[in-house]
Design a protein around this ligand. Sequence first.
Ligand SMILES: NC(=O)c1ccc[n+]([C@@H]2O[C@H](COP(=O)([O-])OP(=O)(O)OC[C@H]3O[C@@H](n4cnc5c(N)ncnc54)[C@H](O)[C@@H]3O)[C@@H](O)[C@H]2O)c1
Ligand SMILES: [Zn+2]
Ligand SMILES: [Zn+2]
Length: 345
Amino acid sequence: MKALVYNGPGKKALEDRPQPDIAAPTDAVVKIAKTTICGTDLHILKGDVPTCTPGRVLGHEGVGVVDKVGDAVTAFHPGDRVIVSCISSCGKCDYCRRGMYSHCVNGGWILGNKIDGTQAEYVRIPFADTSLYHIPEGADDDALVMLSDILPTGFECGVLNGKVEPGSTVAIVGAGPIGLAALLTAQFYSPGQIVMIDMDDNRLQMATRFGATAVINNKDGKAVDKIMKMTNGRGVDAAIEAVGVPASFLTCEDIVAPGGIIANIGVHGVKADLHLERLWDRNIAITTRLVDTVTTPMLLKTVQSHRIDPKQLITHRFKFANILEAYETFGAAAKTNALKVLIEA
Ligand SMILES: NC(=O)c1ccc[n+]([C@@H]2O[C@H](COP(=O)([O-])OP(=O)(O)OC[C@H]3O[C@@H](n4cnc5c(N)ncnc54)[C@H](O)[C@@H]3O)[C@@H](O)[C@H]2O)c1
Ligand SMILES: [Zn+2]
Ligand SMILES: [Zn+2]
């Protein structure tokens, strides 16, 4: 089969690989129908993710059809259409029993990281019973690719951790696919204001279409002043960080209102300053989270009922044979206006 392989920092190739097989009784092999590229794949290619070693097939998102199952798999059968979760969970360890699948001692984020991933014709999924989700009859699987990672990430790490509630004020720093997923799912709770901050006008335009009540282009570095004006000097109840650089975390520190929450989503590669000398008396909380994907079944229902339409995030489509072109387009998002690129078998 063909697979997109990470060959060390800056190096990737479409290579021939043996088709994966069942290695443990709890495994399934899934024939990938649609996959996509995540910002995290670009982090890996930069060499930012040491757990991902050269020779690894990338990808942790996708939908497909079950090809084979191990003897211990009971919830899935060959021919079933499935969503692959970016997090593999054994369902049995202490963390899984607490709903913290991201820290599963036997799994967690391993797909396209510590084991071969979904940017291939076939993928082996460990703990299939607790790491795959059935696709309902008649569902649009383009939209469901967004359920592997970005929707649960925006929702769990941003909206749930940020305790967004009716009438509250929310700012989302970063209008990439993850920030926009947080924007879509924050609206479940009817916040009074959702302000989106980025430096890319195209993404901000998208945010307005997706329901942001205001957008701020922070090219001039004045986002904090503008947020303070908009909120009568109070700041925001939930400051959601969806970038992963020190500057965006600092913005959140500067705009969080007394009693508010900074909900960090971004993957940070370097340290960011924490200004406790300004924050110690403000009754705030800071949360961090690796997506658990515990809300995937609930989010699936909201997509099914058209309460949200994550398909809007797809800007480009490629055949799997052209996945290198898909990487180029996604990697040059500022020029190509790419959000999610859909890669089809
Ligand atoms: N916590 C998790 O489980 C988890 C899961 C998936 C992704 N992530 C992380 O979430 C982050 C966002 O992912 P994405 O795919 O949307 O990334 P992205 O790079 O596509 O989007 C980031 C956006 O932030 C904007 N930006 C950059 N600096 C800024 C600043 N100082 N102020 C405001 N905006 C700024 C960019 O213009 C861009 O539009 C990444 O760090 C990614 O690795 C975390
Ligand atoms: Zn991802
Ligand atoms: Zn576990």
